[in-house]
Design a protein around this ligand. Sequence first.
Ligand code: SAH
Length: 226
Amino acid sequence: MSVREEFDAWAEEGRDKGMEERHWHTAKHALARMPVESGDVVLDLGCGSGYAGRALRDTYDAERVYGLDGAPEMARNANRYTDDPQVGYVVGDFDALPFAAGSIDHIWSMEAFYYAADPLETLREIARVLRPGGTFFCAVNYYEENVHSHEWQKSIAVEMTRWDRHEYREAFREVGLHVAGQDNIPDREIPIPAEAEFPLEEWETREAMVERYREYGTLLTVGVAP
Ligand code: SAH
């Protein structure tokens, strides 16, 4: 199944908003670290509901924010959730970014990068469109060390790349990005029920749920264009 078919269906079912709610727990901490300055142009790859673009405008006074998504229904919803003329959501694919070389100051991506058909090619595209000193903030919950995420592939028809922390850093370097940092941002907001309530439908033990959210949370890798 294509990205378009899979995620158009998600958008139509309202899952774009569900993701926004869950991802915001950790995304907001990562977004708060972005070195965006007033007047910057920022790009959100795989924008879903477009919440990151709206937040970047609200908090940083970015001059222009583009959200790119391969699913037209996602981009359409995102456009509907804002009337800010400085934010635009477009349909496009990670393997050919519709932006000129050096035209973007900073790039954000949450829970989307690993759907790229060719992640190294996508990284090359990111390195191409970033201006010197521009950053790529790549946030993922699906990655090798997070063993609790491994089964997600079973319920998603688009093939997902499951790199570990080291592979993310290596891939960034392979396309010429410097790795400025990498860490785990815990989700401290999702409520974790008391011991007596386990097993839950999704969680066998409380320990596993604590590990998934409070320990692994979101893996953030930050690249800087030379
Ligand atoms: N960033 C949002 C959405 C995450 S879901 C959030 O945090 O909630 C992943 C999104 O990436 C989907 O909307 C999907 O359509 C998009 N996507 C996946 N593969 C893509 C590709 N190759 N090109 C463009 N968008 C893609």
